[in-house]
Design a protein around this ligand. Structure first.
Ligand SMILES: [Zn+2]
Ligand SMILES: [Zn+2]
Length: 332
């Protein structure tokens, strides 16, 4: 990415093995909604020119540390943090004031080679599918959000937005014991690969359909948990009204700037004891947990609706931004 809207494939100098780190040969790098947003509009954390890509699995080509073996395949946690501040020490290294994210502040995985200085960012994936394991990063974002939302046994979960993050959040919510997962998504054709049972009910967001689905799905009480997996929803009163008393809501997708200032009736938060949380990225412990979940044999390969070579990166971005399928992945 040279500047907003300008994406090229070019030759760059090979990275060198960092002292104490590892040199990686990328196996797969998936395209994230954030990559699309970065290309179209820029991003708060992006500086140019930049090799994008933060959903990466790779093979270790060379290593300068005992914990990383040459030849093994790893998932790469996208952050690099200071390791000593209070956030780093308490399991929230993604909140480190000095965190740098690959694909944003440093070069990422849409390249044949990568250098990683901090070996603790590399999580071995054994003989698991490197394409499937690119889901570890987005799944880790869901784990971060659902930990804050305390999703668990018996919860009714409402997801707004049926893209990859909506689907992964549904998968995780079911795994954590949610009783029902409801979805609102305007482009039903993007759900054609979604297996039966991932969502218990699906509605179009227009008109009264959504409120009616939630009433029907929850015996009139409202959803216990609501996850905003699309930037195309303004957080207005009608959204809060979808929640049950004691409901929890997560601002998960990055909201559009023009939709960010909202009027919230704080009395509703007070009297109905609602919880509003934010989540952005994931901590390295969430990444390790996501690798574990995927290695247990999660059947999510249906999510990869577009596979491309690096020379076809524009088509990969087109597949993701068209929002007609789910995940686009670049393989090497
Ligand atoms: Zn992402
Ligand atoms: Zn730190």
């Amino acid at each position: 990415m040279r500047s907003p809207g300008v994406l090229d494939v070019d030759h760059v100098d090979d990275p060198v093995l960092p002292k104490g780190g590892a040199l990686l040969k990328v196996r797969a790098c998936a395209v994230c909604g954030t990559d699309i947003k970065m290309l179209e509009k820029g991003h708060r954390d992006l500086t140019y020119p930049r090799v994008p890509g933060h959903e990466v699995t790779a093979e270790v080509l060379d290593s300068d540390c005992a914990s990383v073996r040459i030849g093994e395949t790893v998932q790469v946690w996208p952050g690099s943090s200071c390791g000593s501040c209070v956030h780093c020490r308490t399991g929230n290294d993604h909140l480190c004031p000095q965190v740098k994210i690959m694909g944003f502040n440093t070069d990422g995985g849409m390249a044949e080679l990568m250098a990683v200085a901090d070996p603790s960012r590399l999580v071995p994936i054994g003989d698991s599918d490197p394409v499937l394991l690119t889901l570890a990063e987005p799944l880790a974002c869901c784990i971060n959000a659902q930990e804050k939302l305390r999703v668990g046994e018996g919860d009714s979960v409402l997801i707004l937005g049926g893209g990859p993050m909506g689907c992964l959040n549904a998968f995780l919510a079911k795994r954590r014991g949610a009783e029902s997962v409801m979805l609102s998504e305007p482009m039903l054709e993007r759900l054609r690969n979604v297996p039966n049972g991932l969502f218990d009910s699906i509605s179009q967001p227009k008109g009264d359909d959504l409120a009616e689905m939630v009433r029907r799905g929850t015996n009139g009480t409202g959803a216990d948990v609501l996850i905003l997996c699309t930037p195309n929803i303004r957080l207005e009163r009608s959204v809060f009204q979808l929640l049950a008393p004691g409901g929890r809501l997560c601002v998960f997708s990055g909201p559009r700037r023009e939709d960010s200032p909202v009027d919230i009736d704080v009395r509703e938060i007070h009297y109905r004891e609602l919880t509003v949380v934010g989540s952005y990225g994931n901590a390295s412990r969430h990444g390790r947990e996501a690798v574990k979940v995927l290695r247990e044999g999660a059947d999510l390969s249906w999510m990869f609706t577009g596979r491309y070579g690096l020379d076809d990166v524009r088509h990969a971005f087109g597949h993701a931004s068209g929002r007609t399928g789910q995940k686009a992945v670049i393989t090497f």
